[in-house]
Design a protein around this ligand. Structure first.
Ligand code: HEM
Length: 523
């Protein structure tokens, strides 16, 4: 998750109050050091500064890189302190499975993020503690998005992927917008049976506005600031740099619209049709008919929130992966050429990939795995929290510690992935070209009871996009005014999902593909 430092104005204003709060931190640290550790030491870790802990040593933009560098010194399981927050880093898949899955009764909580509630984010069950509210949201979610149910979405996902390719052929310069429309469109169809307009869609506008207003406000450093200095909420709005109440109010207004507007649309659509198209909302409106009030009202409220959570969870996840895939293809043309040879050999050139073809396209599968490994979209997953103290490998894990699976470190394990910085799909294949057991899906979707519940539909979206693009498009370097190649080296953006900024490239249809031939293939 992104970390950045608070503004200079904010720091100056905070200075007089820091000393008071510092005493509180000291008190908490002393009490934490006195806790019963059952004779076990904390895991090793970098030496913390008084009060600040290790916060100044972190790369604020890409903390996963600092944590991965620290792994070389402190090992797979280490301890860091960020101000008063104790953090346990799990840098190997085995340790993440041991704690987050095998001891999931202890490690399924989330740390308290002080900005979530004031900014209207509390409807998102992904940030809730391990409580009944989370359980109900997760159950509603699971009933629609479990492995067998999401098969119903596949035709829609393929149709949208093919439409996306047509949009790319029509207007390649806007490729990033076409990816976003695909990502949001699939989520809105699956959750609300809603078909967004390609431009100026009012529901998309509401969701984007909520994410844009809230995301910068819910960065971890702001959350830590508010957790430690709750009286910041009482500082008047007119003080420059601290217009928090106003910011939070606007965010809450967008949150209400995000929950209500698409739900009202879906509800009306269900009421107007005898056989509504399957979606998360239509499915649960049918299910709730068997319940009486007041349970039905509770169910409706939980459904609205779980539906909006699905939209936030799905936002950007596929479009970010498509951006990463495009960058990898532009930088490695031999990869898309080999994938196209496989697709042509298995399917011929007069049809597009379908899910039945998936087992017969191992190289395409290896490209998908390498895309997920090479640049994970959530480098630190989402943080878990320990709801009671524990002993692991002889080390003491304090109650309340934030427990983070460092996906970046797992993807950079040189013993498992030699030349890990390189994009090499072949690492997932045997010499005979069959897939090996190693699949990054085992760690990029998280662990245990909090593992991504949208992973089956997310995986199908990503496969639809990658296989359809490989079957129909070529990916070339852009040229500058003198005709020289432009080698892309984009910065990465940490939004809901991490992805490269839009970069110059030339995406064009393969010689046998045109908009007209695609339209024929879609008939
Ligand atoms: C395709 C790319 C995706 C990736 C890489 C991804 C990854 C993740 C990860 C790492 C977590 C945290 C897991 C943990 O705490 O251990 C998560 C949670 C979650 N994801 Fe995804 N996700 C993807 C797509 C989706 C989609 C399409 C949806 C919705 C349909 C979704 C909905 C959620 C929700 C609701 C949670 C919170 C679960 C909870 O707290 O119980 N995700 N995801």
């Amino acid at each position: 998750m992104p970390y950045s430092i608070p503004s200079r104005t904010g720091l100056v204003l905070l200075f007089p109050i820091v000393s008071v709060v510092a005493l509180d931190i000291v008190r908490r640290l002393i009490s934490s050091s006195r806790r019963d550790r059952k004779g076990s030491p904390l895991p090793p870790g970098p030496t913390p500064l008084p009060l600040l802990g290790n916060v100044l040593s972190l790369d604020v933009e890409e903390p996963w890189k600092t944590y991965t560098a620290w792994k070389a010194t402190y090992g797979d399981v280490f301890y860091a302190r960020l101000l008063d927050q104790e953090v346990i880093l799990l840098n190997s898949q085995d340790d993440a499975v041991e704690l987050l899955e095998k001891r999931s009764q202890i490690y399924s909580d989330r740390p308290v993020i002080a900005t979530i509630e004031p900014y209207g984010f509390s409807f998102v069950f992904a940030f809730r503690g391990y409580d009944d509210y989370w359980r109900l949201g997760r159950r509603i979610f699971h009933q629609t998005f479990r492995a067998d149910t999401v098969l119903a979405f596949r035709p829609m996902q393929l149709r949208r992927a093919r439409q996306m390719v047509m949009n790319v052929i029509d207007n390649p310069a806007q490729y990033a917008s076409h990816y976003s429309l695909f990502s949001t469109g699939v989520a809105l169809s699956a959750v609300y049976d809603y078909e967004p307009n390609p431009q100026n869609d009012h529901i998309v506008h509401i969701i984007d506005s909520f994410i844009e207003t809230t995301l910068p406000a819910t960065t971890p450093e702001k959350a830590v600031l508010f957790k430690m200095f709750p009286f910041l909420w009482r500082i008047p709005d007119w003080i420059p740099g601290l217009s928090l109440k106003r910011e939070a109010k606007i965010s809450c207004e967008w949150a209400v619209k995000t929950v209500e507007a698409p739900y009202q649309y879906a509800q009306k659509r269900v009421e107007a049709s005898e056989h509504p198209t399957f979606s998360m909302v239509s499915d649960h409106i049918a299910r709730m008919q068997e319940y009486d009030e007041p349970y039905r009202s509770d169910y409706t409220s939980a459904l609205k929130n779980a539906a909006a959570t699905a939209i936030i969870g799905a936002a950007e996840s596929t479009s970010a992966t498509a951006m990463i895939f495009t960058l990898a293809m532009v930088q490695n043309p031999h990869v898309w050429k080999r994938a196209q040879a496989e697709i042509d050999a298995v399917l011929g050139m007069d049809r597009l990939p379908d899910f039945e073809d998936r087992p017969f396209l191992p190289y395409v599968e290896a490209v998908l795995r390498e895309t997920q490994r090479w640049q994970p979209v959530l480098c630190l997953g989402l943080p878990h929290a320990a709801s009671s103290s524990d002993i692991y490998k002889g080390f003491y894990i304090p109650k309340g510690a934030t427990v983070v699976a460092n996906v970046w470190a797992m993807s950079r394990d040189e013993a498992r992935y030699p030349n890990a910085e390189q994009f090499i799909p072949e690492r997932f294949l045997t010499a005979e070209g069959t897939l090996i057991d190693d699949n990054p899906a085992q760690y990029v979707f998280g662990f245990g009871r909090r593992m991504c519940p949208g992973r089956h539909t997310g995986d199908a979206s990503v496969w639809s996009v990658i296989s359809t693009m490989l079957a129909t498009l070529e990916f070339h370097l852009a040229k500058d005014a003198e005709g020289r190649d432009i080698i892309p080296n984009p910065k990465y953006v940490n939004g809901v999902a991490r992805h490269p900024e839009k970069f110059p490239c030339r995406i064009s249809p393969r010689p046998h593909i045109s908009k007209a031939s695609l339209e024929r293939l879609l008939e």
